[in-house]
Ligand binder design. Structure first.
Ligand code: F6P
Length: 602
């Protein structure tokens, strides 16, 4: 990999756009040609691959198939949505903005609503933003995939949040235009246009929306999108669905999908806030310029590939020797740590202890709808104090600890934490954001730096401070770095095959379909055989009973919640013809899936 050329030709960067590239898959499920060898890459190469992949978000539109982030139509729709938000901010009593999504999409709905509500409070204005996440608040910190399949649950939670409101701007986020939970909510909005204006945010063109029947429903995601397209002509519904290119790890919409969600909604809401406070109109150019600040954020962040590589290597080494990675953050950047950590178990089949996030102030700072969730179990202990009581005593130099903070956080406090960690392990690192020319905090910062093995210092231009976008830039930048750290570390641990998450949890219909497709691709066996192997691995039997084969996918995915290594096991069964017990013991001896599989593929 050493000689890998990062100046990809345009044809490689745009290969995924070709009509004959994985034609049966929507963009959000395609595999990215740029990362097909990521499983064999060095830490540095992984970081560079992620950089190029992320840069695809801002590629210009070419042809008519795919709208892009900077496409005229996208900017125009953002302006219209911003105008609706402006009206709501001015009349907060009877109206609100509700964002809803599953997994990362719901977590970002939470992050964004918290940030913009805070901004309104600081101006003594009423808060207007609410969030919904499938599975409730526990899904902010843990994987709850089954509720994603339940449209009725979506409607119930929407009704609850909107009780008494006369005007609701509902923003349904589903990166793959696929979650039944969100489809149910959009359908409900379409049935009640006197109150609800639906907005859909996702990253596939409309015709690629999922068309699979939803249990007990007359609509599919695709049919809901078609109805919205019709209403969009008279601006009674809005679709914001640019393509951002396939994810670096196939289907991992927490990455570009999550980043683009954050960018789009922040641009729209910031435009609305600016218009309200300055009484000036929302302009196309204003929205475009704001969008381009995010493009610069990518450039600023990835201008330090060596610093990010060091973090990926450290985290990878910890995971490789079955130790842990801890993010200790301050303010909203800590929230990005919590989010990134919580995504590791559904994405990589990781244990919740592998990568964990902690936030200064715990649930007080989080300020989520349901308040403290600590009683739900150890994975819901998220305060720095919890880290000090539960983790610090057992910390070793094989664990990686990452401090995430900015120049406006309390440096004394950061320093104290650094010292406490340093007494247990030298494997302490920092991601530190400062503003250009900021020297005031430099002495304390120097002391913290001395305690850390590495510091990734990200410096933001003063203009960002003035334009008020600094917080959003720092957040996106932190998201990119942490996504790189957790993805890179799991790649180095051997959790990825080519650019697929092979050890994915099969806990909802989308993931069940993805798992079957993956088995087909890797084993080249027919679909039926792959599904059979998948069921054997889920139910842990060699002979499937009639009851098992005749059950629906929901039953399979419910059962799969308690099964581990389902897809790797199914793959070994398919490739070797071994019994379940033989395949299980083989995987026990060779837990690195890439290698377990490689033995049988060549
Ligand atoms: O099914 C789980 C999951 O893939 C999460 O990893 C992801 O964040 C979530 O679904 C949301 O997907 P989408 O935004 O496409 O609905």
């Amino acid at each position: 990999m050493a000689g890998l050329d990062w100046t990809y030709g345009v044809s490689t960067l745009r290969q995924w756009e070709s009509a004959d590239y994985e034609p049966s898959l929507p963009v959000s499920e395609k595999s990215n040609p740029l990362t097909c060898d990521i499983d064999r890459a060095s830490a540095y190469s992984i970081v560079k691959m992620l950089q190029v992949c992320d840069s695809q978000m801002f590629q210009k539109e070419a042809g008519t198939t795919y709208q892009r982030l900077l496409s005229d139509q996208v900017l125009k729709t953002l302006m219209e949505v911003a105008k609706r938000v402006e009206v709501i901010i001015k009349d907060p009593q009877e109206s609100c903005v509700v964002m809803s999504g599953c997994g990362t999409s719901g977590r970002l709905a939470f992050l964004i609503s918290s940030g913009f509500n805070k901004a309104l409070s600081q101006l003594n204005q009423s808060e207007v933003y609410s969030y919904i996440i499938a599975g409730g608040d526990r899904a902010l910190l843990s994987s709850q995939e089954a509720p994603e399949d339940d449209p009725r649950l979506g409607v119930l939670s929407l009704k609850k949040v909107c009780e008494g409101k006369k005007r609701v701007l509902f923003i349904g986020i589903s990166c793959g235009l696929s979650a039944p939970f969100v489809a149910g909510q959009l359908d409900f909005c379409l049935q009640h246009p006197e109150v609800y204006t639906p907005v859909l945010v996702g990253f596939n063109p409309a015709h690629q929306a999922r068309d699979e029947p939803i249990q007990d429903c007359t609509f599919t995601f695709h049919s809901v999108v078609q109805r919205m397209q019709e209403l969009a002509k008279s601006q009674k519904a809005f679709l914001i669905n640019p393509a951002v290119g396939p994810e670096a790890i196939s289907g991992s919409s927490r990455m570009k999908g999550g980043s683009a969600t954050k960018i789009l909604l922040e641009v729209a809401f910031s435009a609305a806030h600016a218009a309200t406070s300055s009484n000036t109109p929302i302009t196309h150019n204003g929205v475009l310029q704001h969008m381009m600040e995010y493009e610069r954020t990518l450039a600023v962040t990835y201008s330090q590939p060596d610093g990010i590589t060091t973090l990926v290597e450290a985290a990878g080494e910890s995971l490789r020797c079955s130790r842990h990675v801890y993010y200790l953050g301050w303010g909203s950047l800590a929230l990005l740590g919590l989010i990134d950590a919580s995504e590791c178990s559904p994405t990589f089949g990781a244990d919740y202890e592998d990568v964990r996030g902690f936030i200064r102030g715990g649930y007080r700072e989080l300020n989520n709808n349901d308040g403290p969730l600590t009683s739900l179990g150890p994975k819901f202990s998220i305060a720095h104090e919890d880290f000090l009581h539960l983790i610090l005593p057992c910390l070793t130099d094989k664990d990686t600890v990452l401090l995430i903070y900015t120049h406006s956080d309390d440096a004394t406090e950061v320093g104290n934490m650094a010292r406490r960690v340093r007494e247990k392990t030298p494997n302490l690192h920092a991601v530190y954001h400062q503003a250009d020319g900021d020297t005031a905090a430099s002495l304390q910062q120097d002391n913290i730096k001395k305690l850390c093995l590495s510091t990734l210092k990200i410096t933001w231009p003063q203009e960002a401070l003035v334009s008020g976008t600094l917080q959003h830039m720092r957040e996106l930048s932190t998201k990119l770095v942490l996504n790189a750290v957790s993805t890179g570390a799991h790649v180095l641990k051997g959790k990825i095959y080519q650019n697929h998450m092979i050890d994915l949890q099969v806990t909802n219909t989308k993931l069940y379909r993805r798992a079957t497709r993956l088995l087909q691709k890797l084993s080249t066996c027919p679909e039926e055989k792959c599904e059979e192997a998948l069921l054997k691995a889920i139910y842990r039997v060699d002979m499937l009973t009639l009851e098992m084969t005749s059950s629906d996918i929901t039953t399979h995915t419910c059962f799969a919640r308690n099964s581990t290594k389902v897809v790797p096991l199914a793959l070994v069964i398919l490739l070797t013809g071994w019994s379940l017990v033989e395949a299980e013991s083989h995987l026990k001896q060779q837990p690195i899936v890439r290698e377990a599989v490689a033995q049988w593929m060549w």
